[in-house]
Design a protein around this ligand. Structure first.
Ligand SMILES: C[S@@+](CC[C@H](N)C(=O)[O-])C[C@H]1O[C@@H](n2cnc3c(N)ncnc32)[C@H](O)[C@@H]1O
Length: 208
């Protein structure tokens, strides 16, 4: 899907119950797997409307919520304003084009990696941005047959990921305690009317 697609989809994004449920599962899995605390400076990449990030923000000191879609960031900014949230800052940024000088105690990324062609490069960028002792959490589709997205969807760069390959990649990048778990099974009726389940995996690791 292109940036424009996400801009257009932003206003209705939270209306799909399966997206809201998936985000809640991912947030709960990150929270129960990693030792989050109120001193942590966190970064979410591909934050969308904040379904995952806003669920975790109360357990963190600060959250920088990054996305390339202005539409998604606008919806998030409205939520921040109406709920008077003080520790979440939306930021429009493409981490493969520009970086940040800050370092983070936690970086998380939900359902976004499959939209990034240079996925390994982005994982390396995440590792660079982690502070010593910082944690990484990446949730995405396990390898699927390409039926997850509708035929007209563009910007889909990977049909999910092989969990063992992701573990190898993070280990090569120098992270410790690298682990992968299945955190949800998303049931969806695909383009040809067939209902099927798509496993969602959570990859975690620690720097230093
Ligand atoms: C499937 S949505 C997931 C949104 C959110 N994480 C959630 O779970 O509800 C993917 C998000 O990644 C963003 N995205 C796509 N390509 C990106 C890129 N290169 N850099 C940053 N964000 C990107 C999109 O704008 C969109 O908000």
């Amino acid at each position: 899907m292109s940036g424009k697609h996400f801009d257009k989809a932003a206003a209705g994004w939270d209306q799909k119950q399966r997206r809201v449920e998936l985000a809640a599962k991912i947030a709960a899995a990150i929270s129960s797997t990693l030792p989050l605390n109120k001193k942590m400076a966190a970064l979410e990449y591909g934050c969308g409307t904040g379904l995952v990030g806003l669920a975790l923000a109360p357990q963190l000191a600060t959250l920088t919520a990054v996305d390339t879609s202005t539409g998604m960031l606008e919806v998030l900014a409205q939520k921040i304003k109406s709920d008077e949230i003080t520790n979440v800052t939306p930021l429009r940024l493409d981490l493969l084009q520009e970086s940040l000088t800050d370092r983070f105690d936690l970086i998380f990324c939900a359902m976004t990696l499959h939209h990034i062609k240079e996925a390994d490069q982005l994982l390396a960028r995440f590792c660079d941005l982690l502070a010593d002792g910082g944690y990484l959490a990446v949730a995405d589709l396990k390898t699927e047959d390409g039926s997850f997205h509708d035929a007209e969807a563009d910007g889909v760069m990977h049909h999910g990921f092989n969990p063992e390959e992701l573990v190898k990649t993070l280990t090569k990048l120098g992270l410790n305690q690298v682990a992968v778990q299945e955190v949800h099974s998303l049931t969806k009726t695909n383009d040809v009317g067939v209902e099927r389940a798509y496993p969602i995996i959570l990859l975690t690791g620690r720097k230093g």
